[in-house]
Design a binder for this molecule. Structure first.
Ligand SMILES: [Zn+2]
Length: 173
């Protein structure tokens, strides 16, 4: 447990020293990520490589990996979703109208007087890595197989017809 809460990083100093910051978070330390998961467990590792990006500005390359338990929307079973993502950030003062990076793939990220709220950044980046539709890999064992048994087109129609079928049986008897 880091116990660091909202760790603040001095991005200008880190960039001047070309520092690499590595952190490990458990999902409960990132409340919005924990909420996105099924059981509040999971973890995220981040690596941030700080550097100057020109024009006196600083940025970092962020790489993220992790895991979160989600509920598969196809077979409704919990499964481990791997999280992965990377971003190239350029830091801009919060509230300023500084443009972001010149390069399209650069994301402007706000800091306050040069201080970065690391946890908030990691939480946002981790949420971006969570798929919109949670689902096993297409060839996952158990998922596709179960799907064929319980949820083909006819099986999906059946529940709606069942009340009438039951009624017919009653009338017959
Ligand atoms: Zn599944």
């Amino acid at each position: 447990m880091s116990g660091s809460g909202h760790e603040q990083l001095d991005v200008n100093t880190l960039a001047a020293e070309r520092q690499v910051v590595r952190r490990h978070y458990r999902a409960p330390e990132l409340p919005r990520l924990a909420e996105a998961g099924l059981d509040g467990t999971g973890w995220v590792d981040v690596v941030l490589r700080f550097s100057a990006v020109g024009d006196g500005r600083v940025g970092c390359d962020l790489a993220l990996s992790g895991s979160l338990t989600l509920q598969c929307q196809r077979c409704l079973q919990p499964y481990e979703q791997a999280l992965a993502g990377s971003s190239r950030l350029v830091f801009v003062e919060d509230g300023s109208d500084e443009p972001g990076g010149e390069a399209d793939e650069t994301e402007a990220y706000p800091v306050k007087a040069g201080w970065l709220d690391l946890m908030e950044l990691v939480e946002e980046e981790a949420l971006l890595a969570v798929p919109l539709v949670a689902r096993h890999e297409p060839d996952a064992e158990g998922c596709g197989g179960d799907h064929e048994h319980v949820a083909d087109d006819r099986a999906e129609e059946e529940p709606r017809q069942r009340p009438f079928a039951g009624l017919k049986d009653l009338l017959k008897s």
